[in-house]
Design a protein around this ligand. Structure first.
Ligand code: ADP
Ligand code: MG
Length: 378
């Protein structure tokens, strides 16, 4: 798996790399739109990974980053302290700046980076976090996973300028084979929970553009809801911290659409924590029912589903799947479907329903909870 990045490094720079590391993409099981509201999420790291191979730059070439990716042939060359490159190499420059702040990388350090990946870009599987975490791990292998996640998060959030939550980098750095991670986005508490179930990923083929409309509008609505609710509860910082037993009070305080958005966030918070408990106890059937409920809440209250996603979830339910829901923000993208080990009907049933509705097929793959970031042998 690390071969393509190592080969690309060699071909591009005419020398072998000095180190390499890889990091996975992710799928979130439950806890949708809770991350930026300070609630829990329950992601797994997936088998698809991004590898970064690194080596020193030319002697005398102080403070220069040279970066190449199998995805964008051209070699990017920048003084990483002075300018942030356009496009993808900004993630690497951001990582370098953060490592410099931690005094792991010298201020005039020159670095060459080659990247290869099988995490699809923009499919809701978090290729951006896989890239930043892989680079951070390759450049600073002795940092703890939490620190790696922090470096990658700040690279994306502060330097590239994406208003992301901290979930993606955390699961990419901390992921564990056959485990899901219950991650509390306000307290940053993380708990590994065994997850060996069969999970299908259905790609609706509709790319969601998160930079446009939907996500930013929802974030603003949630901020407005908090402002209004502070009148009742001045110490409220995160929308997800509103007590679930005070839902009637919340409903009285807010008008639509803020009411629906807030009810989703507060109930999804309770649902994700409960789901983690059920998973811990091996109660897969009940866990699956919460996935369906989560989808309904996303669809009706948060208004972040799409016709394609609803078609997939409805077909899964009719076929007797344990659970199904949209994942990765919604408005297109992918759905997950939880099935029993012996289930053979659900995937073909979804495929038929999708083809009937849209005249094309939706790629279905199995996802396995896989390992987080690690160094690669050269
Ligand atoms: P995703 O949901 O896949 O994380 P984002 O829009 O957050 O989507 O991140 C995608 C961006 O991450 C790409 O536009 C590119 O800048 C960067 N990226 C991801 N994977 C790679 C890669 N293998 N090589 C270069 N850049 C990458
Ligand atoms: Mg991303």
């Amino acid at each position: 798996m690390p071969r393509p990045a190592i080969d690309l490094f060699h071909e591009t720079f005419g020398a072998p790399p000095r180190a390499a590391a890889s990091a996975p993409g992710r799928v979130n099981l439950i806890g949708e739109h809770t991350d930026y509201n300070g609630g829990p999420v329950l992601p797994i790291a997936i088998a698809q990974r991004t590898t970064a191979a690194i080596g020193p730059g030319v002697a005398g070439d102080a403070g220069v980053l040279e970066a190449v990716s199998t995805r964008y042939q051209k070699v990017v060359r920048v003084k990483w302290q002075e300018e942030l490159p356009q496009g993808w190499a900004a993630y690497i420059a951001g990582v370098l700046r953060e490592l410099w702040a931690l005094e792991v990388v010298p201020p005039n350090g020159s670095v060459r980076v080659a990247v290869a990946s099988d995490v699809p870009v923009g499919a809701g599987l978090s290729s951006s976090a896989a890239l930043a975490v892989a680079a951070a791990k390759a450049l600073a292998p002795s940092l703890r996973p939490r620190q790696i996640a922090g470096v990658a998060f700040r690279a994306e959030h502060d330097h590239v300028g994406v208003r992301c939550g901290v979930m993606d980098q955390t699961i990419s750095a901390l992921g564990k084979r056959d485990h899901a991670l219950l991650f509390e986005c306000a307290s940053l508490e993380a708990t590994q929970i065994p997850f060996g179930a069969r999970l299908l990923l259905v790609d609706t083929g509709k790319r969601h553009d998160l930079s446009g409309g939907g996500l930013n509008e929802r974030r603003a609505e949630c901020e407005d809801a908090v402002k209004r609710l502070k009148v009742d509860l001045p110490e409220l910082v995160w929308l997800a911290s509103w007590p679930a037993e005070w839902l009637p009070r919340l409903k009285r305080a807010l008008r639509e659409p803020l009411r629906s958005r807030a009810v989703h966030v507060v109930s999804e918070t309770a649902r994700a924590r409960f789901a983690a408990q059920l998973l811990q106890q091996g109660k897969l059937k009940q866990f699956g029912r919460l996935l369906y409920e989560s989808h309904e809440s996303c669809r009706r209250l948060y208004d972040c589903s799409s016709a394609e996603l609803d078609t997939v979830v409805a077909a899964a339910k009719r076929a007797g799947a344990l659970g199904a829901r949209l994942t990765g923000a919604g408005w297109g993208g992918a759905a997950i479907v939880l099935v029993s080990k012996s289930d053979k009907k659900t995937a073909p049933a979804i495929q038929r329903a999708f083809e009937r509705a849209y005249g094309r097929s939706a790629p279905i793959s199995e996802v396995k909870a896989s390992a987080g970031a690690h160094t690669e042998r050269l």
